[in-house]
Design a protein around this ligand. Structure first.
Ligand SMILES: NC(=O)c1ccc[n+]([C@@H]2O[C@H](COP(=O)([O-])OP(=O)(O)OC[C@H]3O[C@@H](n4cnc5c(N)ncnc54)[C@H](O)[C@@H]3O)[C@@H](O)[C@H]2O)c1
Length: 459
């Protein structure tokens, strides 16, 4: 089913135009995957043309470290690719150079888009995370630098695959950014330095909260009959654990990542509560997705300190979206009202008030842009840059919390990494006609976690 949007091949097109189109892209010599010439333009391909992919492509074009040009796009759905192209063409100017014969559709479209790049160019991987290792594998084969969104895996087996793949990427000197943008939030970088300097003392406890109403595609009612299961699940990937790691991984990973960064450690184990309080939406339509609507996780670090995380998707309940670090001398606000948003602050003692405030961050730069400025600079300077291991650790820590809630068991980081249930072993071979990795029962409901009954797998 994969096809370029225009049946004229790129080569035929170039012959017909006397190579004019080639002139629009500066010729350059690829050097073992590296960009050494600062005037050289980096080509970019986008795989997964949704909201974040379109944003990342724009960040690439607008990066402050050197010229980038978007030359190819790939998606499995034409409406998504078209919408992304229209918005990018409207805001990206000449740096969006994607004629129809470099727009690719299908489950192998990622290969065609990456085939348009030269070693050392950059591919953006922003599909649902289930496909990440498949696409990363081809990017490494093509010696491409990569920007990939979080989460980077969905389970133990895909995490182990990513770790193995990443060894190859490091050996090839590829530069790889991961969309954990907290790490590129200047206020959080400053807070990290202050915490290391002892401003709030030794960390004794951390807290993260993401509690709001329905968001993205985390709650789903029954599939319309006009759609296949596979299409429904990919379009509503937050609802399906194989595709995204569920809403837990997709939404909560940012607080989990930046709080563990403040502590310079990953938790060794987790135990958790969770449940789906509401079985239907306010119109009385049944929810069929695999998520709980409420989660409460207690993570434990090797030194015995705790990190508590609460997640809730319930309309009308109290909204709270922030994160805190408690130390022996005071408390820090890491995220004030979102995944990373500042101002970050430190306070003397544990009462948060203007009287107790020690420091408040001032930088308001956009971390989504900062992460691209860094990635492109590292490519141009040929300096090591690989955020994948951090991405895997943050994803596995999220998976550990999710798994603990879904099974009702205490689970360790090592158990999670070595867990043998691969949720979508067929993900590399999917076609439009394939069954989805999880199929509904005859009433249209998908299997859901049963804590205490299903204890060694989630469904
Ligand atoms: N860092 C952040 O703050 C942030 C914010 C939003 C999303 N994200 C991440 O970005 C990723 C995408 O999220 P989104 O909100 O853009 O979702 P989205 O649904 O808007 O976009 C995903 C796109 O990928 C396409 N796609 C799905 N499977 C594909 C495949 N096999 N090959 C090619 N294309 C495929 C879909 O059709 C869709 O266009 C997720 O991993 C999400 O967690 C990160």
């Amino acid at each position: 089913m994969s096809k370029a949007k225009n049946l004229t091949s790129r080569r035929q097109f170039l012959q017909a135009t006397g190579g004019l189109a080639v002139g629009s892209i500066m010729p350059r010599i690829a050097n073992a995957g590296y960009h050494n010439d600062v005037n050289d333009e980096i080509r970019v391909a986008l795989v997964g043309c949704g909201g974040r992919g379109s944003g990342a492509a724009l960040n690439a074009i607008k990066n402050t470290s050197g010229p980038c040009r978007l030359v190819a796009m790939a998606d499995v759905f034409e409406d998504r690719l078209d919408a992304s192209f229209s918005s990018l063409a409207a805001s990206g100017g000449d740096a969006v150079d994607v004629p129809d014969d470099r727009k690719f559709l299908g489950f192998d479209a990622y290969k065609q888009a990456m085939d348009e790049l030269r070693p050392g160019d950059v591919v953006i991987l922003t599909t649902p995370p289930a496909f990440r290792w498949v696409h990363y594998s081809y990017a490494i084969e093509k010696k491409l630098n990569v920007f990939m969104e979080k989460p980077v895996t969905v389970d133990g087996p895909s995490s182990r695959k990513m770790l193995e793949l990443n060894k190859k990427a490091i050996a090839a000197g590829l530069k790889v950014g991961v969309g954990l943008m907290s790490r590129h939030t200047i206020g959080l970088q400053e807070l990290h330095a202050r915490i290391q300097d002892g401003e709030i003392g030794d960390i004794t406890m951390m807290r993260g909260y993401r509690m709001h109403g329905p968001a993205a595609t985390s709650q789903s009612t029954k599939k319309p009959p006009t759609m296949t299961d596979l299409e429904y699940q990919i379009r509503r990937f937050h609802s399906f654990i194989w595709a995204s790691g569920g809403c837990f991984n997709d939404f909560y990973i940012h607080h989990i990542d930046h709080l563990c960064w403040m502590k310079n450690a990953w938790p060794i184990k987790a135990q958790a509560l969770g449940g789906k309080h509401y079985k239907e939406n306010r119109n009385g339509e049944a929810f069929v997705d695999q998520n709980f609507d409420s989660y409460a996780v207690e993570y434990t670090f090797e030194d015995g300190t705790k990190f508590l995380f609460d997640g809730r998707i319930v309309d009308g309940a109290w909204g709270h979206f922030s994160s805190y670090v408690h130390g022996t001398k005071g408390v820090a606000i890491a995220a004030r009202a979102g995944d990373f948003s500042g101002p970050q602050a430190t306070h003397k003692g544990h009462v948060i008030s203007s009287e107790t405030e020690i420091w408040r961050s001032k930088d308001r730069s956009n971390p989504y842009q900062n992460e691209w400025n860094v990635l492109v600079q590292k490519i141009r300077d040929n300096e090591p840059h690989n955020e994948v291991e951090t991405g895997i650790n943050a994803t596995l820590t999220s998976t550990m919390g999710r798994f603990a809630a879904h099974t009702g068991q205490e689970v360790t980081f090592d158990q999670m990494l070595n867990h043998d249930v691969e949720l979508a072993p067929q993900v590399a071979d999917l076609m439009y006609s394939s069954d989805a990795p999880v199929m509904p029962d005859e009433d249209g409901f998908y299997p859901v976690p049963k804590p205490g009954i299903l204890t060694d797998r989630e469904y």
